[in-house]
Design a protein around this ligand. Structure first.
Ligand code: DP6
Length: 317
């Protein structure tokens, strides 16, 4: 059977960094994200062809990338037939956003449908998590918490919708510092950090209360409260990276310049807060009213700024 699905990427406002179970991809901390549009991944799946074939953004995947997709499909049906996948992003892969979040969310939705299954969103999120952790948060629109869960099999570690797209009309500006492929993947960076940073225990211990704080800030639409906990979560994560052995340093000089600019904007009364992920690019959370002033300030340091708004849920086409 054939099916096509569309999913938006998300960025974490409270970060996922570290795993308590690598095989099941269970997180060391809970996290909270916002789903972002108009960026999206569109994935078509043909379940039952001659041979596995995975075409991602016009290139056929081989090696590790193909193995990762094949293993993911095996989770849907261990006795599956060969599968053909065509997946495209409507945004540059080097746009400074984790495309694996929308990729595995769209694939989970399209592939289960093509396989004749009808999972719930929660089951899809649990499945997507095993492809890439952040993908567990891209099934829903708006604001999503990925819970830690307690069960050893991971069936209770999945996304929970906190507030829909319509709840809050925020903007996220992506300041593109670099579009080079990063030397250390997020998966490798988080594993090294977990194994070697003496700060990692503090990171894990302080994670859950950040999610509680962010959930309350989202529910009450309190941007200052949300931005403050987002920056705190980001800087704690970056602190564990810096203190890894050897250190995991994604920042470039322009990253630091943008961070200072965001702080300066706040001192001028503009509501803007910064976050980063496993890369040098900075994402700035702000209001629709302040977005153009923030964009102008970011353009003093970077050429490309993407302005994104809160996106909706993944869906079948
Ligand atoms: C820094 O979801 O890419 O973006 O589960 O190993 O595939 P895997 O990792 P991934 O990690 C994302 C890390 C982050 C923070 C976040 O999105 O929460």
């Amino acid at each position: 059977m054939n099916a096509t699905a569309i999913a938006h990427p998300n960025i974490a406002l409270v970060k996922y960094w570290g795993k308590r179970n690598r095989e099941l991809n269970l997180p060391a901390v809970p996290s909270l994200s916002v789903t972002l549009a108009p960026f999206e991944t569109r994935t078509s799946v043909e379940w039952g062809t001659d041979t596995d074939r995975f075409e991602i953004n016009g290139t056929v995947a081989h090696g590790d990338a193909a193995d990762r997709v094949a293993r993911f499909l095996d989770l849907i049906d261990g006795a599956r037939p060969p599968v053909s996948i065509t997946s495209t992003n409507n945004f540059p892969t080097a746009a400074g956003l984790a495309s694996s979040s929308s990729a595995f969310a769209a694939l989970a939705l399209a592939a289960t449908k093509a396989a004749g299954q009808s999972p719930t969103l929660t089951q899809l999120s649990t499945l997507a998590r095993q492809g890439s952790g952040s993908a567990s948060r891209s099934l829903w629109g708006g604001f999503v918490t990925w819970s830690l869960g307690a069960r050893p099999d991971g069936t209770d570690s999945h996304g929970h919708a906190i507030a829909p797209q319509s709840h809050w009309d925020l903007r996220v500006l992506v300041a593109l510092v670099s579009d080079e492929k990063k030397a250390v993947s997020s998966r490798e960076g988080m594993n090294r950090t977990q194994e070697t940073s003496p700060l990692f225990a503090g990171w894990v211990e302080s994670g859950p209360s950040d999610v509680t704080e962010a959930e309350e800030a989202v529910r009450s639409r309190d941007l200052e409260r949300l931005g403050t906990v987002m920056e705190h979560s980001t800087m704690k994560m970056v602190g564990t990276m810096f203190s890894a052995q050897p250190a995991v340093v994604y920042m470039k000089p322009a990253t630091v310049a943008v961070l200072h600019t965001v702080t300066a904007l706040r001192s001028q009364g503009i509501g803007a807060w910064a976050t980063m992920d496993a890369g040098p690019n900075v994402k700035v959370l702000t209001t629709s009213d302040d977005a153009s002033r923030v964009e102008a300030a970011l353009r003093e340091h970077v050429q490309t700024v993407h302005t994104l708004h809160v996106g909706g849920p993944a869906y079948l086409v």
